[in-house]
Design a protein around this ligand. Structure first.
Ligand code: ADP
Length: 394
């Protein structure tokens, strides 16, 4: 089976053609500068081709993807018929979606209804869906939501302690994101342990970071909230912050709430604390060269992640497994070590040799660690392809 996985942004569109059973990626690429001019980067194995192709809308971008997938020189299929289904990443499913869903008129209407909750991403995701409908009419399509995995959280985890009317009238609550990644890791851990009953804290640490507390495969709590701004400090996002900070800054500097939120989303996090970069490699280089602010940014990040692990260990009444995934989680041995150094009281102990691993699935805890600690590379595209295959095959 071939599933075309699509992640549509407002001016970009990532794609992968993959086999959901094996995880083999036949081709992948990126359309950029949609609505501006248009550029396609297409990769098959180690071969890469870049083409400037006019993309006045997402439809031309999808057409360009289908053309290059069938291209005599760079293609991997002979006809669009070889694509069995399309899986779309959709940011916000609100309270309407606790699982992935076959795209029909009702599904599209529900994604539209969630636009107030995901004002930047959902419209772009819908453009990708509509473009596929226009260019591949009748092709089965599935929407996979970043929020869906977290819908099993109990009310005590998802309700904010603010007046009920905002929840009842406006759906204001914790939703959580990176759900496709957290779900993929929970399934991988079940396969690695050979059982379904376990308590897991997953640390998805990338440019955006979130943690989730998972019991027997179900999400019990997660660090992001109504939006992806909440939780631990990230590359450029502040993470949790006292709401009065917004009031203070807006009042003192005559800033609008929207501008203040842009600052918290784009100019904060480890970028702000270090004053150097949002990229953890730059922070590690800076710290190694004696830059105290880079060191502080790393310390702050690890401290806050460790605090969440501690909180989730309490929420789950103990944990069996701790996992690290995404760019930093998979490739940052020093960060993993610094986080786990706070968790010795829980009996967590890393094997320093095994913890050197980068980008590979591996048990990194010592044999006498009370909790198994794993590096598990995430694969959101594969999770989307698998959900798509499951729904399309009934
Ligand atoms: P995104 O949230 O954009 O998907 P990623 O999961 O790709 O982000 O993570 C990006 C982060 O991963 C960057 O801060 C980068 O520094 C970090 N990273 C990637 N490779 C390495 C590495 N080899 N060592 C340390 N950090 C790394």
């Amino acid at each position: 089976m071939n599933v075309l996985v699509i992640n549509a942004g407002s001016s970009s569109l990532k794609y992968q053609l993959m086999n959901p059973e094996t995880g083999d990626v036949t081709a992948k690429g990126l359309c950029e500068r949609i609505y501006i001019d248009g550029r396609l980067t297409h990769k098959v194995g180690d071969k890469k081709v870049v083409k400037d192709i006019p993309m006045p809308t997402h439809s031309e971008a999808i057409s360009a993807v289908l053309d290059i997938l069938q291209d005599a020189e760079h293609g991997v299929i002979k006809s669009v018929d070889e694509i069995d289904a399309v899986g779309h990443r959709v940011l916000h499913g609100g309270m309407k979606f606790s699982d992935s869903c076959i795209i029909d008129d009702a599904c599209i209407k529900a994604i539209e209804d969630c636009i107030p909750l995901g004002p930047l991403h959902n419209p772009a995701n819908l453009m990708g869906i509509r473009a596929c409908q226009a260019v591949m009419p009748g092709k089965p399509q599935v929407a996979v939501f970043d929020t869906a995995f977290h819908m099993t959280m109990p009310p005590k985890a998802y309700r904010y302690a603010i007046p009920t009317e905002y929840y009842e009238n406006d759906d204001i609550r914790r939703y959580g994101f990176h759900g496709t990644s957290h779900k993929y890791i929970a399934r991988r851990v079940a396969a690695l342990l050979g059982k379904k009953e376990f308590k897991l804290v997953n640390c998805h640490l990338g440019n955006g970071s979130s943690l989730s507390a998972v019991k027997d495969g179900k999400c019990m709590d997660t660090s992001m909230g109504l939006s992806p701004l909440a939780g631990v400090p990230m590359g450029t996002r502040s993470g949790d912050i006292d709401a009065c900070v917004v009031q203070f800054i807006c009042n003192k500097y005559g800033m609008s709430v929207d501008d203040c939120l842009t600052m918290l989303n784009k100019k904060s996090g480890v970028l702000a604390v270090s004053g150097v970069s949002s990229d953890f490699r730059d922070l590690e280089d800076g710290a190694a060269n004696g830059n105290a602010d880079c060191q502080l940014a790393l310390d702050k990040f690890c401290y806050e992640v460790a605090k969440y692990v501690g909180a989730y260990a309490a929420a789950l009444n103990g944990i069996d497994v701790l996992t690290f995934t995404a760019g930093v989680g998979e490739n940052g041995p020093d960060t993993r070590q610094a986080i786990c150094d706070y968790l010795g009281f829980m009996g967590i102990k890393l094997d320093p040799e095994k913890n050197k691993v980068r980008g590979k699935e591996q048990l990194i805890s010592a044999p006498d660690s009370a909790v198994q600690v794993w590096v598990v590379p995430t694969n959101e595209e594969l999770m989307i392809a698998q959900d798509t295959a499951e729904l399309v095959n009934g």
